[in-house]
Design a protein around this ligand. Structure first.
Ligand code: PA5
Length: 429
């Protein structure tokens, strides 16, 4: 079983001030005792409400995990039909895209059975041109992922590649798989008309919560990822009241900081394999919370790279954000720095790259604390399929808990829809 722990101590004013840091409490931006007192009732209510909803099976992203074995068999059956393919092109956007990208970067093995490319998040013609040059059509399958079945970035690419295939292959439909609503939508009708293989996205799971449905699992299988471990990590997290409480603790701290005017949150993993994860988080946080004139704006970051860019702002800029670091204790493999005869660099000798990486994370958290800036740290013992599954659940549960505190609906995105309607008019729909 994977281990996840959350240290929120450096979010609190008392920890950021005082003798160690030589800074008076009133100069700290951490959560104050007054804020804790003012928000206590709302936080208690949130913990109770979310727990009740979890117990009552109201969250599809949790309840659907119970049907995971069946979903894996369905995904396997579709995947088995794709033995002709060397390349899988995944065409989806937003929640139909970011989760599988995250899985690929985090846990894809070194020798994946298929090359999985992502192609849905832009209609930039340059992207189409490059894909033409890169793929062998005969050995490629296009996985078109859209719950609504009509998102323009996705469906326009389906129309285009369908035409390309129709012109060259009698059995063109075999080069497509649709992941879409079980009953309705354009893709569903197309599948019935032309016999395209399909996988269903459950009704109860919204796009940005769908990574552990067939949306993420089909690409994951093509990457050679252990999907059973991914799902069991998520299930174990969701089944354990102690790990669920971590999500509520994080949600409570986000709300308390927002009550003090801190409406930005930075996710800063110190692991290159989690860079896409921070993008997935960014969408989950922004689309679920940013509405009704409130929300907490997520910022995607990565250590140590962004110590040398945004880090300056976090330390001394307008105090408007908190940081959540992610640190991974055990690397897949580590490398020791050699002895050196350069006296100025002798301090590095014998250290490993992982030691440097973790020291950088600790130093950044400590430096922020010393200038009164709040941060928390999520620690994973290792990064594998199990921990990744748990990590998805940590944030999905945290976002619905934060939404509860901010009194917004985590599951809609009316702002996005508004823009879509205007674009449809511009294109003559
Ligand atoms: O979270 C969401 O619901 C959105 O980000 C959707 O995933 C995104 O808009 C794509 O929608 P669809 O899957 O219907 O094409």
């Amino acid at each position: 079983m994977s281990k996840i722990s959350l240290d929120t101590s450096k979010l609190f004013a008392a920890e950021l001030a005082g003798e160690i840091h030589g800074r008076p409490a009133h100069e700290s931006y951490g959560i104050t005792p007054e804020t804790e007192a003012q928000t206590a009732a709302a936080v208690d209510r949130m913990r109770e409400t979310i727990e009740q909803k979890v117990q009552a099976g109201e969250y599809g992203f949790i309840t659907e995990l119970d049907a995971a074995d069946e979903v894996v068999s369905q995904v396997q059956a579709v995947y088995d039909r794709l033995s002709f393919a060397k390349t899988m092109v995944v065409v989806g956007i937003g929640g139909s895209d970011l989760g599988a990208r995250t899985i690929q970067q985090a846990v894809q093995p070194d020798q994946p059975p298929m090359e999985v490319l992502f192609h849905g998040d832009s209609t930039d013609p340059e992207q189409i041109r490059r894909l033409h040059q890169r793929i062998d059509l005969a050995k490629t399958v296009f996985v078109i992922i859209s719950k609504s079945g009509e998102t323009v970035e996705t469906i326009s690419q389906y129309l285009y590649w369908k035409e390309v295939y129709c012109g060259q292959f009698e059995n063109w439909a075999a080069h497509f798989v649709f992941v879409t609503d079980a009953q309705k939508g354009i893709l569903r009708k197309e599948a019935e008309r032309f016999g395209v293989a399909t996988l269903a996205i459950p009704d109860s799971v919204g796009g940005r919560f769908s990574v552990l449905t067939s949306v993420g699992l089909l690409p994951a299988m093509a990457m050679g990822v252990d999907v059973a471990a991914l799902l069991s990590g998520a299930r174990e997290f969701a089944a354990d009241p102690a790990t669920r409480a971590l999500s509520y603790d994080f949600a409570a701290s986000q709300f308390q900081l927002a009550s003090q005017g801190i409406f930005l949150t930075v996710l800063m993993p110190y692991a290159t394999r989690l860079e896409e994860f921070a993008r997935w988080f960014r969408q989950l946080w922004a689309e679920s919370l940013g509405k009704d004139g409130t929300g907490i704006l997520p910022i995607q970051s990565r250590g140590p790279a962004d110590q040398h860019s945004q880090g300056q702002f976090y330390m001394q800029g307008r105090p408007s954000q908190s940081v959540l670091f992610i640190r991974v204790e055990e690397p897949i493999e580590d490398f020791v720095l050699p002895q050196t005869d350069i006296p100025e660099l002798s301090y590095l000798s014998g250290h490993t790259f992982q030691e440097i990486c973790l020291a950088e994370q600790s130093a950044t958290a400590q430096a922020l604390a010393e200038v009164g800036r709040p941060s928390a740290t999520l620690t994973l013992d290792r990064l594998d399929e199990q921990t990744l599954g748990a990590l998805f659940l940590f944030f999905e549960l945290a976002v619905v808990a934060t939404a509860e505190l901010l009194e917004v609906n985590a599951f809609d995105q009316p702002g996005v829809e508004h823009g879509k309607q205007i674009m449809y008019r511009l294109l003559g729909k």
